[in-house]
Design a protein around this ligand. Structure first.
Ligand SMILES: [Fe+2]
Length: 261
């Protein structure tokens, strides 16, 4: 009986390991969009390795052919940076926006990281925004660097970033500031940070723990429809966070299409 239980536990762990990169597809509609927007979202790579030249991530992106790539932080970690930089450099050929996560901000040189990422041609908004025209749709993309939890910005500070009536997108690392995002009324807020709850109860979407949310966190993935706008939470790409593997929670690349309502 004892051995059967041990075998069962080992099997449960082995079956839940993060063997593959999951592709999650979402669809949204907006009256501000003419035609279709194709958006790729990724976060929380933490320097993980995805094949030579990071092709396991780059190939599906090339096939999807996004108009925009949005990266809400925690890509560059606190040790070897070559995987993150290799990926970000390759993403410079797309229209890509990136903001820092807490892990970039906790390092000695967040300014150096930002400057390196910008050198790849990637936009790094710092409480600023840029207006783009994508096949006739005006899109305003803004972002905030990841502050400490206690330095959460006010809705007024976030609203000031935007200046148009375009389809507005906010990049912000922390997903659990739902009340803030709801108050801001941004069309789409893109976040990461929670890693899907790291371990999930098998065959459910319930994560075990996430930073700033504790055990059985509520905001770890998916799209949450707010009073005005939507909150998207990326589960992230890192497979072994501080050598602790994900369980029943594959790393994730998101392909979102937004079309005319
Ligand atoms: Fe992270």
């Amino acid at each position: 009986m004892k051995y059967a239980l041990i075998i069962l536990v080992v099997l449960l762990i082995v079956c839940g390991l993060p063997y593959r990169l999951g592709i999650t597809r979402y669809h949204l509609s907006s009256a501000r969009v003419k035609g279709e927007l194709r958006i790729c979202v990724m976060s929380d790579l933490h320097n993980d390795y995805y094949g030579k030249d990071m092709e396991k991530i780059l190939k599906p992106i090339e096939d999807f052919s996004p108009d925009l790539i949005l990266i809400p932080g925690d890509m560059v970690g606190d040790y070897a940076r070559q995987n993150a930089y290799k990926l970000l450099k390759a993403l410079g050929k797309y229209t890509t926006f990136y903001v820092t996560g807490n892990h970039e901000e906790y390092q000695k040189d967040p300014e150096g990281i930002i400057s390196t990422v910008r050198s790849f041609g990637i936009h790094v908004p710092e409480s600023t925004s840029e207006v783009l025209n994508i096949r006739g749709t005006e899109v305003e993309v803004g972002g905030i660097r990841c502050p400490h939890e206690v330095d959460k910005p006010t809705a007024e500070e976030v609203k000031k970033i935007f200046r148009t009536d375009a389809y507005r997108i906010l990049l912000s690392h922390r997903p659990h500031w739902v009340d803030l995002y709801d108050e801001c009324g941004i069309d789409l807020t893109v976040t990461g940070h929670a890693h899907g709850g790291q371990w999930r109860i098998p065959f459910t979407k319930q994560g075990i723990a996430a930073p700033n949310q504790g055990f059985f966190p509520k905001y770890t993935d998916g799209i949450i429809h707010l009073t005005h706008g939507d909150l998207l939470i990326s589960r992230g790409l890192v497979r072994h966070y501080h050598r602790i593997p994900r369980l029943y929670n594959d790393p994730e690349l998101i392909f979102l299409t937004v079309d005319k309502k």
